[in-house]
Design a binder for this molecule. Structure first.
Ligand code: FRU
Length: 499
């Protein structure tokens, strides 16, 4: 039965969502039907179709009691809107239906597993959350919350685990067994990922702690995911309250990828390497799926809690997802590239080899705000350069700059003039590894965002921008002399289908 709260939200989004003109949204990135979006939830295939749910507050462009919004996609680029899937309409989720996952049940129904949050006064009179895991079962459009809810509560935690910070179940199936990886806060006040198993997705038992922060990688570990990839085992999570470490991790809400091996009958998950997932300004809470063709595809919220105050005035949608990215492990690192479906959206190419850049220059036909651009930079025999800058979304007082410094092996992304008039961080710098002196920068522009992939996805960096679409120049600039290969495509989308 659809609750009053869900019915109202569905009426509201159906009435007001279609008034937002397609041109005011990205052409191919997922946005909320109306109002606020944060984490991706339930990114999964169900009956052969790809579903994406999201943390949703339809009634304003601010975070509020959490609903689950709902989208479907046939190509990871165009998003069909479905009615909101969950509303905070029960005692155990009155403060919100927080993040979670989705899985197809053996009987053909779809189960959503999410964190139900209640906010209560504790013994000292302070407001405190109680977080439990809940289930809702449905047909891909309408879902019933299970009478057994909550299906997992604080009584199922290992010693020292916190029932205040116990959230974001990512659920999957292996044969007859369902598994859930869930974020938790431990007795040392930092984070952990817990693994549970169940025969039916309703009755759960604790298996083991997969890994812990021990205060090394931030505090609470939010939105975990755990999957095999290219012969390795990968644990990703989004830690809160990180302290900076070199150029790898910045302060605040960050992302962490742990790569190792998994011995289910033995030691469990054995971590071998750690890295950040995205080195840009706006990226959090990634979640993955395994596509029917075997690809491991990741999508994330293209925002960060520290940057959400910065939004266009009176915007009727706020928050967007990254481009879905194909993952691989190469040379011990998590690599990511835009889904290959993007290539079928490419228009005519503008290609230029060995362009000599000395000062700032542009190329005929190379501009735009929905663009797939690859720039390979290499030194010229007999001369040197101190830096190379790629300017995008440039015009008037606007400019977003990607700068490479060969002497330091760093790339900096700078959206100081990216149309966000708030006193927040606007630049990030990270380490890259040139190959034979060359560096390859692939940039995907989609109206309100810039996503950068360095050296075939060894590093990724994402940032939102809110500049007028007329600011569409792209230029190349060098401090010294350098040779540049350019390959540029417009990305073509049929606006009629958007909205
Ligand atoms: C991460 C997060 C999750 C939580 C959700 C609430 O961005 O804080 O841990 O479930 O957002 O909207």
């Amino acid at each position: 039965m659809t609750s009053e709260a869900l019915r109202k939200a569905r009426d509201f989004e159906a009435q007001y969502g279609p008034h937002i003109p397609a041109q005011e949204r990205p052409a191919f990135h997922a946005t909320p039907t109306i109002g606020w979006m944060n984490d991706p939830n339930g990114f999964s295939f169900y009956q052969g179709e790809c579903h994406l749910f999201y943390q949703y507050h339809p009634y304003s462009n601010e975070w509020g009691p959490m609903y689950w919004g709902h989208l479907k996609t046939a190509d990871f680029l165009r998003w069909d809107r479905l009615p909101a899937a969950l509303a905070p309409d029960q005692e155990y989720d009155a403060f919100g239906c927080f993040s979670g996952g989705a899985v197809e049940l053996p009987d053909g129904r779809q189960l959503l597993m999410y964190t139900g949050v209640q906010r209560q006064h504790n013994q000292e009179g302070f407001l405190q959350d109680i977080q439990t895991q809940c289930a809702a079962i449905g047909d891909g459009v309408d879902y019933e919350k299970c009478p057994l809810n909550p299906v997992l509560d604080g009584t199922s935690l290992p010693a020292g685990g916190s029932a205040v910070d116990f959230r974001d179940p990512k659920v999957w199936r292996e044969g007859d067994v369902f598994y859930a990886a869930i974020g938790n806060r431990t007795e040392d006040d930092s984070g952990a990922v817990l693994l549970y198993q169940s025969p039916d997705c309703l009755h759960w038992e604790f298996v083991r702690t997969l890994d812990r922060s021990y205060n090394q990688y931030g505090k609470m570990w939010e939105c975990p995911d755990f999957f095999p990839l290219d012969g390795r085992q990968v644990l990703i999570t989004s830690p809160q309250d990180m302290e900076p470490q070199g150029l790898e991790y910045h302060a605040g809400n960050g992302t962490l990828c742990l790569i190792g091996r998994y011995e289910p009958e033995g030691e469990g998950f054995v971590r071998e390497r750690a890295q950040a997932i995205d080195y840009g300004l706006d990226f959090y809470a990634p979640q993955t799926l395994e596509a029917p063709d075997g690809r491991r595809i990741m999508i994330a919220w293209m925002q960060n809690w520290a940057t959400v105050r910065s939004k266009p005035h009176h915007c009727r949608w706020f928050g967007q997802m990254t481009l879905p990215r194909e993952l691989s492990v190469r040379n011990g690192r998590l690599c990511q590239l835009p889904v290959r479906e993007l290539e079928s959206r490419r228009g005519a190419a503008v290609v230029r080899r060995s362009l000599l850049v000395n000062g700032e220059t542009s190329l005929p036909g190379v501009q735009g705000r929905t663009v797939d651009l690859t720039v390979t930079v290499r030194p010229m025999a007999g001369s040197s350069y101190r830096w190379f800058r790629l300017h995008v979304a440039k015009g008037g007082r606007y400019d977003t700059i990607i700068r490479y410094r060969p002497g330091e092996d760093t790339v900096k992304i700078d959206r100081t003039r990216g149309g966000l008039p708030f006193d927040i961080v606007h630049t990030r710098t990270f380490l890259v590894r040139p190959r034979d002196g060359e560096i390859k920068l692939r940039v995907i522009l989609d109206r309100f965002s810039v996503e950068l992939f360095v050296n075939d996805g060894e590093q990724a960096a994402s940032t939102v921008i809110y500049t007028p679409q007329e600011a569409d120049a792209i230029t190349f600039e060098a401090g010294g002399q350098v040779l540049v290969d350019v390959e540029k495509y417009d990305l073509l989308f049929d606006e009629e289908k958007e909205g």
